[in-house]
Design a protein around this ligand. Structure first.
Ligand code: ADP
Ligand code: MG
Ligand code: MG
Ligand code: MG
Length: 400
């Protein structure tokens, strides 16, 4: 089984059986492919006699969404497993444990988190997660600080940047987030009801300049090891636990991109409350919960990041008076800009979100799409002027 090929469910069992110490020798194992993705296979392996279980995630050499014509490097399985291990060393409670990475099969064996739910689904169902802001704020602060020049030796960091060169996956982001939504590209899937609003985006040169500036940061600003795809579909959650999965887009980029991914997906759900909330009062209430979560996440992040910097900063120059305040204000502006970029692309680009797309009432769906576009484009245009997280929250509320 050692040369690369996509595993069958039976082969996944055979592979699981060959792993030492995980299952009882000789016992029966079951296997089911549960991946929803377009890029990978995900096998859930269970030993019914003991209830023990694991996940095998295998990278496919192409993106299924456009057939086999879009090749993707299998090296992203190494990148994903190494990123998970670095994240585990920094926040052991917030990511799945990796048992084994098998290079030839591009396979990662990890802890089974099936007792959690995907956060996007949890939010669509109207659940609330009071511990989430604390968890994700800490995840962001620790993973971004300790992989940056602020928190690690700068020579070692350069070697790490090299291990996380991820050109194929970065190209997906560069095209689908920073290019295609702003022109009439084939990859777009424009909902006919909002054609006018989308065409306005295609013709908005002020917006295009701000997007070009944000893209430049994505291309060149090797600040920290990012997760790279931190939407609510990459977060497993239950009331007392948060687990971040799926860092196959990990690379050295601008910290604000990960923060913005979290905020954007909360705001997409905020927009989608046009359809999910049953009346005006509950809509306002749930939206308030979502924007409180954004505020709390930023505040936890900022406080934790500054205190890591003050207590564990590794170099002298970064302690120059005034530098930390300048850095945090740039970081907020980046986060606001990337929040906007990640919001806009999910309305009419490739890979839209269930929060909006699953709405059955056409009028509510159209309102949600227009709200999301208003939020996203305003954030992009305002990002370089933003001074406080409250401005992002105001922009969201003014868009409804
Ligand atoms: P992709 O990169 O293809 O999106 P993900 O890592 O997001 O793959 O996994 C796809 C789906 O597989 C998840 O939405 C989840 O349902 C399931 N899954 C992935 N990892 C685990 C895990 N550790 N435990 C339980 N289920 C998982
Ligand atoms: Mg997926
Ligand atoms: Mg995923
Ligand atoms: Mg993925």
């Amino acid at each position: 089984m050692s040369s690369y090929h996509a595993l069958t469910e039976a082969e996944a069992v055979e592979f699981a059986r060959s792993l030492p110490d995980l299952f009882t020798p000789g016992s029966e194992l079951t296997s089911r492919e549960i991946g929803d993705g377009n890029l990978n296979l995900v096998f859930h392996i269970v030993e019914p006699s003991t209830g023990k279980s694991i996940i095998l995630k295998q990278a496919l050499p192409y993106a299924k969404v456009v057939g086999e014509s879009w090749p993707l490097s299998l090296d992203r399985a190494r990148i994903e497993s190494e990123a998970l291990m670095i994240q585990e060393s920094l926040c052991p409670d917030l990511v799945p444990h990796v048992f084994v990475y098998e290079k030839d099969l591009a396979l990662t064996v990890m802890e089974d988190l099936s007792d959690h739910v995907i956060m996007r689904r949890g939010l669509i169902e109207g659940n609330r997660y009071p511990l989430f802001a604390g968890h994700i704020g800490r995840f962001l602060a620790h993973t971004l600080f300790y992989t940056s020049d602020l928190g690690m030796n700068q020579q070692e960091k350069k070697l790490r940047v090299k291990r996380f060169i991820n050109p194929d996956l970065c190209k997906i982001t560069e095209d689908l987030i920073f290019d295609d939504p702003y022109r009439n590209a084939d990859t777009n899937d424009v909902p006919p009801a909002i054609q006018d609003a989308v065409e306005a985006i295609w013709n908005d040169s002020e917006l295009h300049l701000e997007v070009a500036i944000l893209r430049s940061g994505f291309l060149t600003k090797a600040q920290a090891l990012l997760h790279g795809d931190l939407h609510t579909g990459s977060i497993f959650i239950k009331p007392d636990s948060t687990k971040v999965i799926d860092p196959e887009f990990a690379y050295y980029g601008p910290m604000g991109f990960d923060i913005g991914a979290v905020f954007a997906n909360l705001l997409l759900n905020f927009a989608a409350q046009e359809g999910w909330s049953k009346d005006e009062a509950s809509r306002k209430d749930y939206r308030t919960y979502l924007t409180d979560t954004i505020r709390d996440t930023w505040n936890v992040f900022e406080q934790e990041f500054r205190s890591l910097w003050n207590e564990h900063g590794v170099d002298r120059v970064s302690k120059t008076p005034g530098y930390q305040d300048w850095y945090m204000s740039q970081l907020l502006q980046d986060a606001v800009g990337y929040t906007g970029s990640k919001t806009v692309r999910r309305v009419h680009g490739l890979a839209q979100v269930a929060d909006i797309n699953k709405l059955e009432d056409a009028a509510a769906k159209e309102r949600a799409q227009r709200i999301a576009l208003r939020i996203g484009t305003t954030l992009i245009k305002q990002h370089r002027k933003t001074q406080s997280i409250e401005e992002l929250i105001d922009i969201a509320w003014k868009a409804v």
